[in-house]
Design a protein around this ligand. Structure first.
Ligand code: AP5
Ligand code: ZN
Length: 214
């Protein structure tokens, strides 16, 4: 099963990816997590990406496409994968098609911008795994600690309000056109397209996805 998660920053892609990867036994490919890991490891890619990400801008299509192609070629992706944060521009979606990477389901999370700004203020992450929490809506079992490793949670550098608003503007300009793109693909019978109300509680969204994908 090959799934694309589509939605604004903070719409809940990473949160539902955690649920879906367990439910379907497929790996999550989060380009944001891959870039953050590269920054942490101090690689050349990380050095190039850091300033761009901190400013809420998009990393170049060329760089991202190369990264995803390499990842999808790995053995654990043979039975399927969950793309979280990719594609995010029309050239990225075109590159997938050109490389013969088909998609079965596109799941769009619909959440208004103001809800997102509030969500981001309460987000906490485990940087080692990419697991994500919210102080109120999805709190960890022990305050400030990751449920699995017990390690400290942190705040993402791009979650400051001004940067979130910048990311939302870029989403509307560069990523939203993918809604039409994939609805067109669905009309042509190339994939199934599903829009989910992402303002519902985390568990309700998961239940809905499980029903629709069963
Ligand atoms: P990336 O890491 O992909 O960030 P994003 O798309 O901006 O999305 P987020 O991770 O912020 O949000 P999410 O939808 O995963 O929400 P989450 O589940 O965490 O990318 C970061 C940067 O990397 C980009 O800005 C760019 O620079 C670069 N990049 C990455 N991919 C790229 C690409 N393809 N091309 C170019 N550049 C790229 O949830 C958010 C919060 O809300 C959490 O606290 C969560 O607990 C809470 N929450 C989730 N669901 C609910 C709910 N239903 N109710 C209440 N709270 C909820
Ligand atoms: Zn995410």
């Amino acid at each position: 099963m090959r799934i694309v998660l589509l939605g604004a920053p903070g719409a809940g892609k990473g949160t539902q990816a955690q649920f879906l990867m367990e439910k379907f036994g497929i790996p999550q490919i989060s380009t944001g997590d891959m870039l953050r890991a590269a920054i942490k490891a101090g690689t050349e890619l990380g050095k190039q990406a850091k300033a761009v990400m901190d400013a809420g801008q998009l990393v170049s299509d060329e760089l991202i496409i190369g990264l995803v192609k390499e990842r999808i070629a790995e053995d654990d992706c043979k039975a399927g994968f969950l793309l979280d944060g990719f594609p995010r521009t029309i050239p990225q979606a075109d590159a997938m098609k050109e490389n013969g990477i088909a998609v079965d389901h596109v799941l769009e999370f619909d959440v208004p911008d103001e809800v997102i700004v509030e969500r981001m203020a309460g987000r906490r992450v485990h940087s080692g795994s990419g697991r994500v929490y919210h102080l109120v809506y999805n709190p960890p079992k022990e305050e400030g600690k990751d449920d699995v490793t017990g390690e400290e949670l942190s705040i993402r550098p791009d979650d400051e309000e001004a940067t979130v608003r910048k990311r939302l503007a870029i989403y509307h300009e560069q990523t939203k056109p993918l809604v039409d793109f994939y609805q067109g693909e669905a009309t042509s019978g190339n994939c199934q397209y599903l829009t989910v109300d992402g303002t519902q509680a985390v568990e309700s969204v998961s239940v809905l996805l499980a029903e629709k994908l069963a």
